[in-house]
Write a protein that binds this ligand. Structure first.
Ligand SMILES: [Zn+2]
Length: 163
């Protein structure tokens, strides 16, 4: 890889939180620690049109996985489906194991894996909230790097009250 290519790649990536290691965006396009959950969007392995919205609750470690139009994941029965495993793996890449474990309030022994330490039960969580956060995240990735104020942020009430 030459220097030009490296510079181009760096400029083309807009990061909200710099990942600890490079992430596989195609598999897990969105992962975040928010709303008391590790949550994110995972591509279906078999159908490129379909995505799963997966989450693990902090504290209870309740597991949730459904499609973006709220169909329950057929693979989540008492133990984590592969979407949840991919999500957990990607969260560790994005945030580092210590931070994810602290957020979920789980003890992971040295050399242990996050998922094997989670004993939560499946629980239905509406996919819509996570999915709309994902869409907003995508919208901001489209905005080129700039120090100018973003016009669309003026729609948020907080800004309008100030003026
Ligand atoms: Zn699943």
């Amino acid at each position: 890889m030459d220097a030009d290519e490296t510079a181009w790649e760096r400029r083309s990536v807009v990061r909200v939180v710099p990942p600890v290691e490079p992430r596989k965006l195609a598999k897990v396009p969105f992962v975040e620690l928010a709303d008391g959950r590790l949550q994110g969007v995972v591509s279906s392995g078999s159908d490129i049109e379909r995505v799963y919205v997966s989450s693990i609750a902090a504290g209870t470690h309740a597991l949730s996985c459904s499609t973006n139009n709220n169909r329950p994941c057929g693979a989540l029965h008492g133990y984590a489906c592969k979407h949840l495993r991919l999500l957990a793996d990607e969260a560790v890449v994005q945030y580092g194991l210590d931070r994810v474990a602290r957020y979920l309030r789980v003890e992971v022994p040295d050399g242990g894996s996050l998922m094997s330490c989670l004993k939560g039960q499946p629980e239905r969580t509406p996919a819509a909230v996570v999915f709309s956060r994902f869409l907003r995240h995508l919208a901001y990735l489209e905005v080129p790097d700039s120090t100018e104020p973003l016009a669309e942020l003026h729609w948020f009430p907080a800004t309008r009250v100030v003026r």
